[in-house]
Design a protein. Structure first.
Length: 166
């Protein structure tokens, strides 16, 4: 039995493309790990509306969507309600902070929780690409790193059967 989750996620690199902006997850199968800002769509919401809203809710930043990167298909062993796995369908976007947000230091948001109960972000931070490990990242960050480093986003389902959720 699978729980299916569909979401949109932003890949935001610093100007030198050496660091990725990530959140620290406060809940779910990726709790305590670095994850990409993003999440589910609200009713009657477009994909672009969802990514800009989710990014703002989880990071405090207003972003511009530069381009659609693609869709990833991830299966993670994680019991949820009456299921054994989470089937995560993720649409990735390249995003950049808007001009007015870029002029204010991103540091004003770093490592600060959003403060809303519905938000599962425990704060955000820039992380150097070589500092990510299997133990500190979500599968979505792993896929984003592969895309950033190799310009590849596989159309095959990525399976994480041995996933250690916590």
């Amino acid at each position: 039995m699978w729980h299916r989750h569909f979401g949109v996620y932003g890949i935001c690199l610093d100007e030198q493309s050496e660091r990725l902006l990530v959140i620290r997850k406060a809940a779910g199968p990726y709790r305590g790990r670095y994850d990409l800002p993003g999440g589910s769509l609200d009713p009657q919401e477009s994909l672009l509306e969802a990514i800009t809203r989710e990014f703002r809710e989880e990071t405090g930043l207003h972003v511009q969507v530069r381009k659609t990167i693609g869709t990833a298909d991830v299966l993670v062993r994680f019991p949820f309600r009456e299921t054994t796995h989470t089937h995560h369908i993720a649409v990735f976007y390249e995003v950049t902070p808007e001009e007015q947000a870029a002029s204010a230091p991103v540091s004003q948001w770093l490592n600060k929780p959003n403060g809303t109960e519905a938000n599962d972000s425990a704060g955000l931070t820039w992380v150097a690409l070589d500092e990510f490990t299997d133990a500190n990242t979500s599968p979505l960050v792993r896929l984003a790193l592969r895309f950033v480093q190799e310009d590849v986003l596989s159309s095959e389902m990525e399976r994480f059967e041995e996933w250690d959720a916590y």
